[in-house]
Design a protein around this ligand. Structure first.
Ligand SMILES: [Fe+2]
Length: 227
């Protein structure tokens, strides 16, 4: 395990800053939705995708879900024995700290979501989460395809919550317009855990892989898994 407060993570061939100087935390339309885009994905994404897919068959970490729940999950990034997973895990913690201006962060649960053709995720909130964080590791789109095109079947991440003005463009508190950021590989987004969100159906071979965290300033008693 690395030192207590490291600023870098050692990968196989290089050392990478947990939070590079060129990465800013930005508001996405709503001030309680934060975004950071990392530009160093070439240094670790392929190994992290490889590790995620390998762990999909590990019964200690993985759990299959039907398509409506976002498909296969691989839990507990901190147990992956993988420096690339440690790097992105530390980045998620750092986004939480920077966004909320706190030195305290306790990850309640972390997991990967692996979408294949036909998978989607119905609207939901997260429990036990001051903030939820999603990292777009691999959008799984066709080469040359642009996630900004808005084409159907891209597995688009959307907010669908009447508490967000951006979702209520016609009348206050009337959720008529699901919407979200134009995702790219390397984008990390953070939002209040109770904000309702969803993933539209994914109609590509895939895989589309995202990583998720539920984070609070202090640990929440009990288990994040329902009985
Ligand atoms: Fe979610």
């Amino acid at each position: 395990m690395a030192a207590q407060n490291p600023t870098k993570v050692r990968l196989a061939e290089t050392e990478i800053e947990i939070w590079p100087n060129d990465v800013a935390v930005q508001d996405w339309v709503e001030p309680n939705v934060k975004i950071a885009v990392f530009n160093d994905t070439a240094a670790f994404h392929s190994r992290l995708v490889e590790r995620t897919l390998a762990l999909e068959s590990d019964p200690a970490l993985a759990k299959p879900f039907p398509g409506y729940a976002g498909s296969a999950k691989v839990y507990h990034l901190e147990r992956w024995d993988c420096p690339e997973a440690e790097l992105i895990h530390r980045r998620a913690i750092e986004l939480f700290k920077r966004s909320l201006g706190t030195q305290n962060a306790a990850v309640d649960l972390s997991w990967a979501n692996i979408y294949r053709e036909g998978d989607y995720c119905l609207p939901h909130s997260h429990v036990r989460a001051t903030a939820s964080i999603v990292y777009f590791l691999e959008l799984g789109l066709d080469p040359g395809s642009d996630s900004a095109s808005g084409d159907a079947g891209q597995g688009r991440f959307c907010f669908a919550d009447p508490r967000l003005k951006v979702c209520c463009r016609e009348e206050e508190h009337a959720m008529t317009t699901p919407g979200g950021p134009t995702a790219c590989n390397g984008m990390m987004i953070m939002f209040p855990g109770k904000i309702v969100h969803m993933v539209d159906v994914f109609k590509r071979p895939g895989p589309r892989i995202t990583l998720s965290w539920n984070v609070n300033e202090y640990p929440v008693p009990g288990s994040p898994f329902p009985e």
